[in-house]
Design a protein around this ligand. Structure first.
Ligand code: SF4
Ligand code: SF4
Length: 371
C-alpha cells in the first residue's frame, strides 16, 4: 500500500480528540467492565541493527523472515481494534528497519489507534518523514555522550539519536521521550542524561536492566545480559536518585508516587496483562515473563481473552512484584486511577514536552501533503 493511499495523515484535530477519548474510554472499560487489554504491544520484527551489551534480541535478526507481511499487520490491527484495543505500541528488535513502518503507523492512526514506537534512534532521521502519524516516540539513550555507542555496540549511535530526535520534531508533532536503561555499565549516568533530556526539551524514562531472552534459544533465567544487572544496593540507589531528580524538576516520566513506592519498597499490584497484550513478530501472544505463547495465527484475541491461560496470567500478575521496569508500575497506578498519580501525570503532560531547541513541530500534512 503506498503512502498516498493511506488516509491516516489526513486526520485533523477532531480525529486526535476522538483517538485520545477512545484510548481513555477503552482503559476505563477495561478497568470497570472487561478486565481486558486495550493496548496492542507489537514487536514488529525480530531484526535489530544494534549489538547492545545489555540485550540479546539482536541475535534474533536471522529470524526476520518470520516477520508478518504488511497486509497481515493490517489484519492484526483490524483484529485488535475489533477486540476493543485503542493503543498501538511498536517495538522490536528495531521497528524502524521495516520498510513499511510509516505505512503501518498511518494505518493504525487512521483506524483510530493512539500510536507509539520504541526505537534505538539509528534510523530516526531517515524515517522521520514517514512518521507523521506517530503520537509518541520512545528513543533509547543510555548515556549523555558517545559512551552510549559502547553500551549499544553501534558506533555513531549517540549522534544518530540526537539528529533523529531533531528531525522527528522538525517534521512531525510526535512527542519524544528518552528511555535510559541503567546497568552496571552506566550507574552514574542518571543526572547528566536527565539534564540532556531537559536541554533537548524532551521527556526521559529510567529503567534498570531486566532480563531479555531470545525466543526459543534461551529462557529468561539464562538471559545473558544479567551479568550487567544492578546489585540490590545499586537498585535502591537507582530509585533514590530517580526520585531526587524528579523532585528537582527534571522531565522524568515516572510520577513521584511511583518512585516513592520503589524507594519505600511498598508492594503494588501489577495490572499489566489487563492493559497490554504482547504480540511477537510471528503473531504469538506472550506473557510478560515469556512463560507461554498463544498462536494468534490459529486463534483469536477473543478466544485468548476467554481462556484460562489469560485469566491465570492476570491472577499471577496481581501477586507479582518482580518487574524492575518503572513504567509497569506507572501504568498500574494509572489503571487504578490513583488521584495524586493522575495529577502528576497531567503535570508531566503539561511540562514534559516544552518546545526545545529544535524547530516547532509540523505535520507533513500541514506542509503541503493532500488533506
Ligand atoms: S536493546 Fe533494542 S536496540 Fe539494543 S539490541 Fe536490544 S532490541 Fe536492539
Ligand atoms: S510485575 Fe510481574 S506480572 Fe507484572 S509485568 Fe512485571 S513480570 Fe509481568
Amino acid at each position: 500500500m503506498s503512502r498516498a493511499a493511506s488516509p491516516a495523515i489526513y486526520h485533523g484535530r477532531t480525529g486526535n480528540v476522538a483517538r485520545y477519548v477512545g484510548l481513555f474510554s477503552s482503559m476505563v472499560r477495561s478497568r470497570f467492565v472487561t478486565g481486558r487489554p486495550f493496548f496492542l504491544a507489537h514487536a514488529t520484527t525480530f531484526g535489530c541493527n544494534s549489538h547492545c551489551q545489555t540485550c540479546s534480541y539482536w541475535k534474533l535478526t536471522p529470524r526476520m523472515k518470520e516477520d508478518l507481511p504488511t497486509a497481515e499487520v493490517f489484519s492484526l490491527l483490524d483484529e485488535a481494534y475489533a477486540a476493543g484495543m485503542r493503543g498501538y505500541y511498536q517495538f522490536g528488535g528495531e521497528p524502524l528497519i521495516r520498510k513499511d513502518v510509516g505505512t503501518v503507523i498511518d494505518y493504525a492512526r487512521a483506524k483510530g489507534f493512539y500510536t507509539a514506537i520504541n526505537t534505538n534512534g539509528s534510523m530516526l532521521a531517515a524515517k522521520a518523514e514517514a512518521l507523521g502519524s506517530l503520537d509518541v516516540a520512545f528513543v533509547s539513550l543510555d548515556y549523555f555522550d558517545a559512551y552510549h555507542d559502547v553500551i549499544r555496540g553501534r558506533p555513531g549511535n549517540f549522534d544518530e539519536v540526537i539528529r533523529g530526535i531533531d528531525r522527528l520534531r522538525a517534521l512531525t508533532a510526535a512527542k519524544v521521550t528518552l528511555v535510559t536503561t541503567i546497568s552496571s555499565l552506566n550507574p552514574g549516568a542518571m543526572e547528566r542524561t536527565a539534564q540532556l533530556a531537559k536541554d533537548l526539551g524532551v521527556g526521559i524514562a529510567f529503567n534498570s536492566i531486566e532480563p531479555t531472552l531470545d525466543f526459543g534459544l534461551t529462557d529468561s533465567d539464562q538471559s545473558p545480559n544479567l551479568k550487567f544487572q544492578l546489585s540490590p544496593e545499586q537498585l535502591h540507589q537507582f530509585y533514590v536518585t530517580a526520585l531526587r531528580l524528579k523532585r528537582e524538576g527534571y522531565p522524568l516520566m515516572e510520577t513521584e508516587e511511583v518512585l516513592e513506592g520503589y524507594v519505600a519498597d511498598r508492594p503494588w499490584k501489577c495490572e499489566f496483562p489487563k492493559m497490554f497484550v504482547y504480540v511477537t513478530p510471528d503473531k504469538k501472544i506472550y506473557s510478560c515473563d515469556y512463560r507461554f505463547g498463544y498462536d494468534l495465527k490459529t486463534g483469536s484475541f477473543e478466544e485468548y481473552f476467554s481462556s484460562e491461560m489469560f485469566r491465570s496470567h492476570v491472577r499471577s500478575a496481581e501477586a507479582c512484584n518482580r518487574c524492575v521496569r518503572t513504567c509497569v508500575r506507572n501504568y498500574a497506578y494509572t489503571y487504578e486511577l490513583r488521584p495524586r498519580h493522575l495529577l502528576h501525570l497531567a503535570q508531566n503532560a503539561a511540562g514534559l514536552y516544552r518546545p526545545g531547541t529544535t524547530a516547532a513541530p509540523r505535520r507533513p500534512a500541514e506542509a503541503g501533503a493532500p488533506s
